[in-house]
Design a protein around this ligand. Structure first.
Ligand code: URA
Length: 229
């Protein structure tokens, strides 16, 4: 792949576009052994050897895929027993990719798959309060003060009190739930603590990203870093 040198260096973590242009201008960068001063030069990421301050630059082409996960797939890169979400992407792109967080095997919906470890860490860290919204169907009857209990945080099996969350009960035994964390079976256990049992769970929003109706289960689209935040 051919890419502008300043873009490549900025994507590889050597600074902003402005900062890397300055490094190039000052002669810190070499291509195939030659010092270069021209930041709009295109380089070949597979064949050109690029150094910055005598250190070799290993370019990683960061990629971002949004998958509508179907049931029956594990949110992992490898599994002995079940197919993984990576099996739904073309073999030619999956090297180095991993899902950002987990959806249960029977949960469907929005899953981000990337090779951008830094972004994944930001999205998953509790510090960043990234909101995830789920649509769900349940059986049983939810206690009267369910909305209030969600807002206050729910005690899950005396193990953990969840951060404040929201539930919008839609009638017809359906609801939207929004949480900011991702504990094991969290939504199912919150609903269970309020008297219901989740029978269908689908993630429809992850941070700023929404699941579009035209993305069918098992389908994916490639997005860019800017689409995420
Ligand atoms: N909460 C759950 O219980 N399961 C999921 O897959 C995601 C959130």
């Amino acid at each position: 792949m051919k890419i502008r040198l300043d873009k490549l260096l900025a994507h590889s973590g050597y600074g902003t576009r402005k900062e890397v242009k300055e490094l190039i201008r000052k002669g810190y960068v070499t291509i195939n052994g030659d010092e270069i001063y021209n930041d709009d030069l295109k380089v070949d990421t597979e064949n050109d050897e690029i150094t910055i301050a005598e250190e070799q630059v290993n370019y990683v082409n960061l990629r971002y895929f949004l998958l509508n996960k179907p049931k029956g797939y594990i949110s992992a890169t490898f599994d002995d027993k079940y197919p993984t979400v990576l099996d739904l992407l073309p073999g030619s792109v999956i090297r180095g990719l991993f899902p950002v967080g987990r959806l249960d095997i029977d949960t469907t919906g929005l899953l981000l798959i990337t090779n951008d470890g830094k972004l994944a860490h930001q999205l998953l860290s509790p510090k960043h309060h990234v909101k995830k919204t789920y649509w769900l169907k349940y059986t049983g009857e939810l206690v009267k003060d369910t909305e209030k209990r969600f807002l206050e945080g729910i005690n899950i099996n005396n193990e953990y009190i969840t951060l404040p969350a929201q539930i919008e009960i839609l009638g017809n035994n359906e609801a939207y739930v929004t949480i900011e964390e991702g504990k094991y079976h969290q939504v199912k256990r919150m609903i269970s603590a309020c008297g219901g049992e989740v029978t269908e769970l689908k993630r429809i929003k992850f941070g700023n990203i929404e699941l579009k109706n035209d993305l069918k289960e098992g389908e994916y689209i490639e997005i860019t870093r800017k689409d995420i935040f």
